[in-house]
Design a protein around this ligand. Structure first.
Ligand SMILES: NC(=O)c1ccc[n+]([C@@H]2O[C@H](COP(=O)([O-])OP(=O)(O)OC[C@H]3O[C@@H](n4cnc5c(N)ncnc54)[C@H](O)[C@@H]3O)[C@@H](O)[C@H]2O)c1
Length: 284
C-alpha cells in the first residue's frame, strides 16, 4: 500500500515537472530573445538611455549607442562592451549610415530604444513676446521627428531580416513623458513633441504588425538623470516629495527594467505606459 502511494506521488511529481518544463518552454518561446541580438539605443550616452543600454548589455545584447555626446558616448560604449555612433537622430543620413554599420558589426538589428531628447522652457506668449518658432521647431525636430526617423529606418531594416522564432522581427521602445498628458506652463513645445510620440505609437504598431515588429512607449514622470541631478539637493527633494508613492525621484534603472520587459514580453504592443509613482503634474 505504502509502495503504491509512493509510485502515485512519484508519478504526480514526474507529471508536474513535465508540465512545468512544457510551460517554461512555452513561456520561453513567447519571450523575445535579447542575448547576442543587435540593439540600438538613442540618447544612450546619458540618463535613461544609458541605463537602458546597460540593462540590455547585461542581458547579452550587442548594443550600439546613437548619440551626439562624443565624450560620454564612447566611454559608456566601452564600459558595456558595445559601440558608439555619433548620430543626430533627426538626420536621415546619420541614422541610415549608423544602422548599416551596426548591422555589419553586430548582426541584424532587432531592438530600438529611443531615448534621445531635449527640453526647453518657453511660454506661448512670454513677457509680451510670442514663443520663438525656431525653438518650437527644434524640440519637435529632435523629440518627435528624430524618434520617427529612427523608427522608420530601423523598422525597414528589421522587416528585411528573417523572423525569429514565433514570427517576431523586432521590438521598439520610445520615450514620451507625463508632459504628453499634463504639460506644465512653459512646456508647450516639449509637451507637443511628447504627445506626438504617444500619439504615433498605436498607428505605428498597426503599420508594423504585418512585419512582426512591436512598438511601445514609456511616459516617465521625474527621474534622477544628469538633467535633474544637477539641480540643488533641496529642489530634487521637493520634486521627489511631490510624487505620491514612492516619495522620491525615479531611478533610471527602474526605467530600464520596463524597457527590457516591453522588449521581452511579446504581448505588449501599441501601448503608452506611465512610469511615474502616480504623479500628476500641476500647471507649475
Ligand atoms: N529625466 C526625466 O525625468 C524625464 C522625464 C520624462 C521624459 N524624459 C525623456 O527621457 C529621455 C531621456 O532623458 P534623460 O533625462 O535621460 O536626458 P539626458 O539629457 O540625460 O539624455 C539625453 C541624451 O540624448 C542625447 N541627444 C540629444 N539630442 C540628440 C540628437 N539630436 N541626436 C542624438 N542624441 C541626442 C544627449 O546627448 C543625451 O545623451 C528624453 O527624451 C526626455 O525627454 C526624461
Amino acid at each position: 500500500m505504502d509502495r503504491a502511494l509512493d509510485y502515485e506521488s512519484r508519478g504526480r511529481e514526474f507529471e508536474s515537472s513535465l508540465v512545468r518544463q512544457i510551460l517554461l518552454r512555452d513561456i520561453a518561446r513567447k519571450k523575445m530573445k535579447i542575448q547576442n541580438i543587435s540593439a540600438i539605443v538613442t540618447g544612450g550616452a546619458s540618463g535613461l538611455g544609458e541605463a537602458s543600454a546597460r540593462a540590455l548589455a547585461a542581458k547579452g545584447a550587442r548594443v550600439t549607442l546613437f548619440d551626439m555626446n562624443e565624450e560620454r558616448g564612447p566611454q559608456v560604449a566601452q564600459e558595456i562592451g558595445g559601440r558608439f555612433a555619433r548620430v543626430d537622430v533627426s538626420s536621415e543620413s546619420d541614422v541610415k549610415n549608423a544602422l548599416d554599420e551596426a548591422a555589419d558589426a553586430h548582426g541584424p538589428v532587432r531592438m530600438l530604444v529611443n531615448c534621445a531628447g531635449i527640453a526647453i522652457g518657453a511660454k506661448t506668449v512670454g513677457r509680451g513676446e510670442p514663443h520663438p518658432l525656431d525653438a518650437f521647431e527644434k524640440v519637435l525636430k529632435v523629440n518627435l521627428v528624430g524618434t520617427f526617423n529612427c523608427i522608420r529606418l530601423a523598422a525597414a531594416v528589421m522587416a528585411a531580416f528573417e523572423p525569429l522564432q514565433g514570427g517576431e522581427r523586432g521590438a521598439i521602445v520610445c520615450t514620451a513623458s507625463v508632459a504628453a498628458f499634463e504639460g506644465q506652463i512653459g512646456q508647450v513645445a516639449y509637451a507637443a513633441s511628447k504627445a506626438g510620440v504617444a500619439g504615433m505609437t498605436l498607428p505605428i504598431a498597426r503599420d508594423l504588425a504585418g512585419s512582426g515588429i512591436r512598438i511601445n512607449t514609456i511616459a516617465p514622470g521625474l527621474f534622477k538623470t544628469p538633467m535633474l541631478a544637477s539641480l540643488p539637493q533641496e529642489v530634487q527633494d521637493a520634486l521627489g516629495a511631490s510624487v505620491p508613492y514612492p516619495h522620491r525621484l525615479g531611478d533610471p534603472s527602474e526605467y530600464a527594467k520596463l524597457v527590457v520587459h516591453l522588449i521581452e514580453n511579446q504581448y505588449c504592443n501599441g501601448e503608452t505606459i506611465r512610469l511615474d509613482g502616480a504623479l500628476r503634474m500641476a500647471p507649475k
